[in-house]
Design a protein around this ligand. Structure first.
Ligand code: AMP
Length: 218
């Protein structure tokens, strides 16, 4: 059985969560977000959450071994047996290599790189609000919820992520350029990356991502 493994690359604030949510739904793939897995561990007070906290609060990447073990544990669960969508992983070349080694040849790998210029990222991130219950993302200016501060989908009070601040965004962007941008290059050398302009309406970004998926399957 061929398993689709869809990998979404892009800087923080590029729109990965929004697109991952829509793509996972339309392709019926489990949405696996390493950031969400860490946040769940944090809120549950696990040892892994404690270890990750310092890195996350500072906007730095958590060490490869912690992320890889956590991710493999998640994608080893039965719901991922038919494929999965990765959001926020891999973020280093070592993570990409570890994932590649785990593959057994039955995967149909699709890599999409959502590209947004740095100067737009800061504004996008510091106005971002997310729903702690259903993970929906809003933006105070670009995509405000119908009632200020309340999730449109489940009426939960929206929160700002601890790392979505002007102070931390610079470190997150630096980590992206130093450690994650080479991942796109790794996949380019490995057979292909579908680049999508993330600086357009989310519906258009979604359409472009769908074209990437269709072309990869052709
Ligand atoms: P995200 O929600 O994807 O922006 O992730 C939030 C934070 O979790 C990041 O800033 C990192 O500290 C940590 N994190 C998530 N995914 C990874 C990963 N693949 N490698 C290292 N750290 C990660």
């Amino acid at each position: 059985m061929v398993r689709t493994v869809l990998i979404l690359l892009g800087a923080p604030g590029a729109g990965k969560v929004t697109q991952a949510t829509r793509l996972a739904e339309s392709l019926r793939l489990p949405h696996v977000s390493t950031g969400d897995l860490f946040r769940t561990n944090l809120s549950q007070g696990t040892e892994l959450g404690q270890k990750a906290r310092t890195f996350m609060d500072a906007g730095k990447l958590v060490s490869d071994s912690l992320v890889i073990d956590m991710l493999f544990d998640r994608v080893g669960q039965p719901d991922c047996a038919g494929g999965y969508l990765l959001d926020g992983f891999p973020r280093t070349v070592a993570q990409a290599e570890a994932l590649q080694q785990r593959f057994d040849g039955g995967e149909d790998r699709v890599v999409i790189d959502i590209q947004v210029p740095d100067e737009l990222i800061v504004e996008r991130i510091i106005g971002r609000q997310s729903c702690p219950k259903c993970s929906a993302i809003f933006h105070t200016s670009f995509n405000p919820p119908t009632s200020a501060g309340i999730c449109n989908h489940c009426q939960t009070a929206l929160t700002q992520r601890a790392d979505d601040t002007a102070e931390v965004v610079g470190t997150r962007l630096a980590a992206y350029h130093e450690q994650t941008a080479p991942v796109a290059e790794y996949y380019r050398q490995q057979g292909g990356v579908c680049a999508v302009n993330g600086n357009q309406h989310p519906d258009k970004v979604f359409e472009a991502c769908q074209v990437c998926v269709t072309e990869a399957a052709a």
